[in-house]
Design a protein around this ligand. Structure first.
Ligand SMILES: Cc1ncc(COP(=O)(O)O)c(C=O)c1O
Length: 369
C-alpha cells in the first residue's frame, strides 16, 4: 500500500523482488516468464553476467565537464550502427525527443512545422507530447505551441498533403509501439524520406522502442532501406541504467550551437561502459532475434493477426486485453497491452524456443477461458 509514492502511470498488482534470465520472482517466490522485459529495457534478460560484470562502482559519474574513456567509443558504435556521424546522450527517450526537436529547430529555423503520426508516442514532456498523436495523453496539457500536423499511419496522400514550405522535420516510429504495435510500411517510410529531402526537412526516426536490435536489425528503419537524418534511441541501451542517445548527420551537427544541450547525468561513465557491453552482445544476437521472433510470431498466429517484427510483436484482440494480461500473470506469464485491445510482446533477446512453447501454452489457456 503506497501512501507517499504516487504510482503514475497505473501499475499491476505484482511486486518483483528478483530476476534471472527471462524470469522474474515475486515476494513469495513465485516465478514469471517475462515477455515485457521492463518495457523493452531488459533486452538481455535479468542478471546478465556481462552486464553485471560491467556495473562496477570505480567510476560512476564525472559530469559532462570532463572526459572519460567510454563515451567516444560508444558514440562511434552508435554512429556505425545507424549510418550517422555524431551522437549526443540523454537520460531517457523523452529527453532524446526533446534534443531531436531542438536539433530540427536549429537546423531549419525559421521553419518550425513538424509532421508526426496519429497514434505515435514520443514521450511525456511538453515537447514529447507536442508530437505525440494520442489525444488522451495530450489533452490535459493543451495548448502546445509547436505547429504539428498528424497524419494517419500509412496514408500516403495525407503524408504528401501534410508537408508545407514551413516544414522543419517529420518524426515517426517505424513501428508504433504505444500506438498498438502498428508497423509503418516500407513505401510509407520511403515516401517520408523523399518528402523530407524535397522540402529540406529532417527525417527523425524515433527508435526508442524499435531500435538496438529489437526487430532483428540494429534499427528498424533499416528494413525500409532508408537513412534518417536523426535517430533517437534509449530503453535497452545501458542494460537497465537510464541512458538515451540522439544520433545525427554532420549537416545537423553543424547548425547546433555549442552547449545547446546539456544534462548532468547523461553520458556518465558507468552507463556508457555498460552500453558498450550491451551493444556487443546485441549485435551477436541479431540472427537469434529474427529466428526466435519468427517462432513467437508463429505461436501467436493461432490467436489472430500478429503485427510487428523480430521481438516486437502485437496481437490485436476483438475485446479488452486487460483481463488476459491479469490471467496470464496469475498463470506465471508477464505480458502487456497497449491501446486497450492489443497484447504487446517485448521479450528479452535471449528468449528461447522453449520459452516460446511455455508462453504459448499459458496463452492458449487464458485466451480460451
Ligand atoms: C517510441 C518511444 N519514444 C519515446 C519514449 C519515451 O521514452 P522514456 O520513457 O525513456 O522517456 C518511448 C517510451 O515508451 C517510446 O516508446
Amino acid at each position: 500500500m503506497n501512501t507517499h509514492f504516487l504510482p503514475n502511470p497505473r501499475r499491476q498488482p505484482l511486486t518483483i523482488t528478483g530476476g534471472d534470465g527471462c524470469y522474474v520472482f515475486d515476494e513469495s517466490g513465485g516465478r514469471y516468464l517475462d515477455l515485457v522485459s521492463g518495457l523493452g529495457v531488459n533486452a538481455l534478460g535479468h542478471n546478465h553476467p556481462r552486464i553485471a560484470q560491467a556495473m562496477r562502482p570505480d567510476l560512476i559519474h564525472t559530469s559532462g565537464l570532463y572526459a572519460h574513456p567510454f563515451v567516444e567509443p560508444l558514440a562511434r558504435e552508435l554512429c556505425r550502427m545507424s549510418g550517422l556521424d555524431r551522437a549526443l546522450f540523454t537520460n531517457s527517450g523523452t529527453e532524446a525527443t526533446e534534443v531531436a526537436l531542438k536539433l530540427a529547430s536549429c537546423y531549419a529555423r525559421p521553419r518550425a512545422h513538424i509532421v508526426a503520426i496519429q497514434g505515435g508516442f514520443h514521450g511525456r514532456s511538453r515537447g514529447g507530447l507536442s508530437v505525440t498523436g494520442q489525444a488522451t495523453l495530450r489533452e490535459p496539457f493543451e495548448p502546445f505551441s509547436l505547429p504539428v500536423t498528424f497524419v494517419a499511419p500509412n496514408e500516403e496522400s495525407a503524408l504528401r498533403a501534410a508537408f508545407t514550405p514551413g516544414t522543419a522535420a517529420m518524426i515517426c516510429e517505424p513501428i508504433l509501439g504505444e500506438g498498438g504495435v502498428l508497423p509503418l510500411t516500407d513505401t510509407f517510410l520511403q515516401l517520408a524520406r523523399e518528402l523530407c529531402t524535397q522540402h529540406e526537412a529532417l527525417l527523425v526516426a524515433d527508435e526508442c522502442q524499435t531500435g538496438l536490435g529489437r526487430t532483428g536489425r540494429h534499427f528498424a528503419f533499416q528494413w525500409a532501406g532508408i537513412q534518417p537524418d536523426i535517430v533517437t534511441t534509449a530503453k535497452p541501451l545501458a542494460g537497465g541504467l537510464p541512458l538515451g542517445a540522439v544520433i545525427f548527420s554532420h549537416a545537423v551537427a553543424d547548425r547546433f550551437p555549442a552547449s545547446a544541450h546539456g544534462s548532468t547525468f547523461a553520458a556518465g561513465p558507468l552507463a556508457c561502459r555498460v552500453a558498450l557491453e550491451f551493444l556487443q552482445e546485441m549485435e551477436a544476437l541479431l540472427p537469434h532475434i529474427s529466428e526466435v521472433g519468427e517462432a513467437l510470431r508463429a505461436a501467436l498466429a493461432q490467436f489472430g493477426e500478429v503485427r510487428g517484427r523480430g521481438l516486437m510483436l502485437g496481437l490485436p484482440l476483438p475485446r479488452p486485453a486487460d483481463p488476459i494480461v491479469a490471467a496470464a500473470r496469475e498463470a506465471g506469464l508477464l505480458i502487456n497491452c497497449t491501446q486497450s485491445t492489443v497484447l504487446r510482446f517485448l521479450p528479452p533477446y535471449i528468449l528461447t524456443q522453449e520459452h516460446v512453447a511455455d508462453a504459448a501454452c499459458i496463452l492458449e489457456r487464458v485466451i480460451q477461458d
